[in-house]
Every structure is written in structure tokens, then in C-alpha cells.
Design a protein around this ligand. Structure first.
Ligand SMILES: Cc1cc2nc3c(=O)[nH]c(=O)nc-3n(C[C@H](O)[C@H](O)[C@H](O)COP(=O)(O)OP(=O)(O)OC[C@H]3O[C@@H](n4cnc5c(N)ncnc54)[C@H](O)[C@@H]3O)c2cc1C
Ligand code: SF4
Ligand code: SF4
Length: 426
């Protein structure tokens, strides 16, 4: 028998029951092994080199599934896309039948020697590989997966206690600030974490809707200090990414909620996009649209610390982009923050009669300040918003570093290793 016929591999699979379709793994995979359709996220066995880069960032753990499979019988992408549950692992007997004579020891995944940042200059620029998967050393402990498939508690029920618009009235940009209260059930969260909302009902295939993930927009001690509540910033999706009309299931459900309605929640998720807590740590926040949610949370926590006389300095710098000021969530309240507390830079790409400006343009204008912050080990960078912004922002950081004479690849290794550059785009 030919060796290829009996070779057994560790096949990397995603559990469709737990996966919340957040796209983090696909964005992280350096070799493009992960793909998805409207139903499932799947891993291509021919491309996956078991580098493990996707394991830590996955908020639910659904990506950490492995099956010993004869190489020639590996589950195809097409097959995985039809799954509602993971297949059972093959027993040693079944495996021996399918691949007689195979050495099962060789199936263990081998970790690569290369760092996820290594690569040749000719490779296409992949911004996702610069994102940290560890939190800042001084971040508070984040509780994750208290509710959801990985927990004994499937969901927690929250009550809507607020739902207001935070953009001006416009057809294309209806964004809501929604407050959820958890009553007497503990639901500890930190700024930068997210939760999953389970929309009621079923999808076109009759399956329960998968959860939609939303970043927490409030500080750790509640949207209202001392209350067991949190806020979200949700944009009503009325167009898909190609501009075709669509009615997004989760976002429309949430934006239409009334005060008093009940919502099923899972999470919290996220253990790395967390803010530093040590004295004089600087935070640089770069966001577009609803990517402002975690930035609002971090800013509010620092504002509360300052009000209580517990703020030990440290810069807060914000780069915030939207098409126009009418579309920018929380535009009014942002203007009221003291100038000596936060350095705000706004970019609008569609203001009539004005040249288009993106967050990257503002970052280049503030290159001198950003270079000093990049060089300081006490500065942490957070990028959140639409997927399309990520590459431009990381390229702008690279440009700023290189112009200042900093060695970008060495700096980037440090940013990643020390949890100093966090990317969350969707
Ligand atoms: C880590 C993380 C944090 C997130 N935080 C937030 C947040 O704070 N606020 C927020 O509003 N959203 C956030 N999202 C996006 C959110 O989870 C949903 O994807 C979004 O609300 C669309 O869900 P839907 O059910 O309305 O649309 P679906 O019914 O899932 O999709 C309908 C169609 O719209 C397309 N589509 C999906 N999202 C968008 C979009 N944003 N713009 C244009 N087309 C889209 C889909 O490809 C699909 O074709 C976050 C996502 C992730 C992964
Ligand atoms: S293990 Fe590495 S190669 Fe495989 S899917 Fe995850 S990130 Fe991609
Ligand atoms: S939940 Fe995990 S496996 Fe599912 S899309 Fe997100 S990162 Fe990937």
C-alpha cells in the first residue's frame, strides 16, 4: 500500500454548534486555511499547517477541535459546510480499518518553529498577523464563556432598560445605544470584551439563529455606575457588504427592542482586547463606526477613575472615522470631554465640499506623537471597526515607526508579544 494511503493526520475542525461566526479565526489564519459561507466556518485540511495562531483568539473555543483522520479521507470543505454538529472521533479500530498499518503517533500536530510574524517581504501584507492574542500585563482578570455552549448555563436573560439612537436620523446609518440589565445574576465584564445575542426564531434552514457578537460600550462597573447593566452600540444592517439590500437578523432585532423586552445573552467573550491598569499607561484608540463601542468603554472607565481622584495620568488618544459627523456615534458627548483628558482626532470621508479623510490620514498627521507612543512600552494600541480599515491602520503605524527610525518588525514583535496592539475588525 502506498504511504499516502495510510498517512493519518490531525484534522483541524470547527464546532458548528458553538461557533458564533465572528470571523476572528479567518482574519487571523496566516495561510488562508479558514473559510465560511452563511452557515459554517470551516478549515481546509490541505492548507492548515497546524500553526495554532487561530486557537487563542477564538472567543468560544469552538476552533479547538481535532480528529485523527486518514489523509485521503479528510473531511472536505464542502462536507464541513453542511454540518450542524461535529462528527464523532473515529475509534482506533475504525482508523485501523481505514488506514491499515498507519503509525498513529505521527498524527500529533507539530508546532511550527517560526513565529507567526516571520514571513518573506514578498508575501502579501497581512495586518491580522500583527494583532496580539495576550492582554496588557496589567489588565484585570476577564471572565469568559460564563454563558453559552461551553458553560452549564446556556444563556442569561437580560432586560432592555434603554434603547436610543446615537447617530442623527439617516437612512444608511441608524445606530443605537442599547442598555441591558442582568438583575441579580452576576455578569462581570471588562471594557473591550463582547457578548453574544441570540436572536429568537430560526434561520432559513430551520436552525436556531447563531449568536451575534457585540462589543460592550460601558465601563466595568455598569453603564450606570453600581448597576448590573451594560451598554452596546449597534448599527442596523440594511445593506450587505456589497451594498445589496438586506435586513440583518441580529442588528435589526436589537435596534427594534423596547424597554422591558427580554434578550438571551451568551458570553462574555474576549481575554486580550483589554485595557492596561497600571499608572501612566497610555491608550491609543483607532476606530470607525460601531468600533467606537470598546473605546467608549475604556474612555468612560478612565473618566470615572479621574473623577474619583484615582487616575494616575497616562495619555488617551482617539482616532475616530465615519463618513460624516451625522453618522458618528456619540458625536455630541465626545465633544464634551475635557481636552486635557483625551486627545480626539476625527476623520470624515464624505463631508460635502471637503476632501476625503480617513483615520490613517490623521495618524500620519500626528506621526511625531504616535512615534513617541509606539516607542514607549507603556502605550497600548486598540483598533476596532470595519474590516476594511485594519490594513490601512497597521500600514500607517508601520510608516510612522519607519519614518521615526524605529525597526518595524522588531517593534511589531514586541507589540504582539506584550499585548500592545489589539485588532478587532468585523
Ligand atoms: C468581535 C465583534 C464585535 C462586534 N461588535 C459590534 C458592535 O459593537 N456593534 C455592531 O453593530 N456590530 C458589531 N459586530 C458585528 C455583529 O456581530 C453582526 O455581524 C452585525 O450586527 C450584523 O449582524 P446581523 O445579524 O444584523 O446581519 P446578518 O443577518 O448576519 O447578515 C446579513 C448580511 O449583512 C452582511 N453584514 C453583516 N454585518 C455587516 C455590517 N456590519 N455591515 C454591512 N453588512 C454586514 C452579512 O454579510 C450578510 O450578507 C461585531 C462583530 C464581531 C466579530
Ligand atoms: S492552525 Fe494555523 S493554519 Fe490552521 S487554521 Fe489555524 S491559523 Fe490557520
Ligand atoms: S467563534 Fe471561533 S471558530 Fe467561530 S468564527 Fe469565531 S473565531 Fe472562528
Amino acid at each position: 500500500m502506498d504511504m499516502a494511503e495510510i498517512q493519518v493526520i490531525k484534522q483541524h475542525l470547527i464546532d458548528p454548534e458553538i461557533c458564533i461566526r465572528c470571523n476572528t479565526c479567518e482574519a487571523t489564519c496566516p495561510v488562508g486555511a479558514i473559510t465560511h459561507d452563511s452557515r459554517n466556518y470551516v478549515v481546509d485540511a490541505d492548507k492548515c499547517n497546524l500553526c495554532m495562531a487561530c486557537i487563542a483568539p477564538c472567543p468560544t473555543g469552538s476552533i479547538d477541535n481535532w480528529r485523527d483522520m486518514p489523509k485521503l479521507r479528510a473531511y472536505s470543505i464542502e462536507e464541513q459546510l453542511t454540518w450542524d454538529t461535529l462528527p464523532e472521533a473515529l475509534s482506533p479500530e475504525q482508523l485501523a480499518d481505514l488506514a491499515p498499518g498507519a503509525d498513529l503517533q505521527t498524527a500529533a500536530p507539530e508546532l511550527p518553529a517560526a513565529s507567526p510574524l516571520s514571513g518573506t517581504a514578498e508575501e502579501a501584507f497581512n495586518s491580522a498577523r500583527y494583532g496580539a492574542t495576550v492582554p496588557p500585563w496589567s489588565a484585570a482578570h476577564a471572565y469568559t464563556n460564563l454563558y453559552g455552549a461551553k458553560s452549564a448555563q446556556k444563556t442569561i436573560t437580560a432586560t432592555v432598560t434603554g434603547n436610543v439612537r446615537v447617530t442623527e436620523v439617516g437612512r444608511e446609518y441608524d445606530t443605537h445605544h442599547i442598555v441591558l440589565d442582568f438583575g441579580t445574576t452576576p455578569f462581570p465584564v471588562l471594557e473591550g470584551q463582547s457578548i453574544g445575542i441570540v436572536p429568537p426564531g430560526t434561520d432559513a434552514g430551520g436552525r436556531p439563529h447563531h449568536a451575534r457578537q457585540y462589543s460592550i460600550a460601558s465601563a466595568r462597573n455598569g453603564e450606570r455606575p453600581g448597576y448590573n447593566n451594560l451598554s452596546l452600540t449597534i448599527k442596523r444592517v440594511l445593506q450587505d457588504h456589497d451594498g445589496n439590500p438586506v435586513r440583518g437578523v441580529g442588528s435589526n432585532y436589537m435596534c427594534d427592542l423596547k424597554v422591558g423586552d427580554k434578550v438571551e445573552v451568551i458570553g462574555p467573550f474576549g481575554a486580550s482586547f483589554l485595557m492596561p491598569n497600571h499608572p501612566r499607561s497610555n491608550i491609543v484608540m483607532i476606530c470607525t463606526g460601531t468600533g467606537s463601542a470598546p473605546m467608549r468603554a475604556m474612555t468612560e472607565w478612565r473618566r470615572r477613575l479621574r473623577k474619583a481622584g484615582k487616575f494616575d495620568g497616562g495619555k488617551l488618544m482617539l482616532f475616530f472615522g465615519a463618513r460624516s459627523k451625522e453618522e458618528l456615534p456619540y458625536f455630541g458627548p465626545l465633544q464634551n470631554l475635557p481636552k486635557d483628558f483625551i486627545d480626539i482626532n476625527l476623520a470624515f470621508s464624505r463631508t460635502p465640499g471637503q476632501p476625503k479623510r480617513y483615520v490613517q490620514d490623521l495618524m500620519r498627521e500626528r506621526a511625531a506623537d504616535l512615534a513617541a507612543l509606539l516607542a514607549s512600552p507603556d502605550t497600548y494600541f486598540y483598533v476596532c471597526g470595519l474590516k476594511s480599515m485594519e490594513e490601512g491602520v497597521v500600514l500607517a503605524l508601520r510608516e510612522v515607526a519607519q519614518q521615526a527610525g524605529l525597526h518595524w518588525e522588531a517593534l511589531a514583535e514586541g507589540l504582539k508579544r506584550d499585548g500592545r496592539l489589539h485588532l478587532e475588525t468585523y
